[in-house]
Design a protein around this ligand. Structure first.
Ligand SMILES: [Zn+2]
Length: 72
């Protein structure tokens, strides 16, 4: 399966200039300069997945649910 982490491939062009708060580091950055990955998160004890925007690949890897990072 091909995968892209380019926000422009997921977010409408007119919204790319908007800023968002990174869920990992808390920094505010333009949607266009971040990355989007399929992430996993704890939803009331159940692991769910979805497309997650973060300001960098490093932040995504730190944010990702620990059971998917080989450290659970
Ligand atoms: Zn970040």
């Amino acid at each position: 399966m091909l995968h892209t982490c380019n926000p422009a491939d997921y977010i409408p062009a007119e919204r790319l200039a908007e800023s968002a708060t990174c869920p990992d580091c808390g920094a505010s950055a333009q949607l266009a300069i971040g990355v989007i990955h399929l992430g996993h998160y704890d939803a009331h004890g159940e692991v769910e997945c979805g497309l997650i925007w973060t300001c960098s690949h490093t932040c995504f890897l730190q944010w990702e649910h620990k059971t998917f990072m080989g450290s659970a």
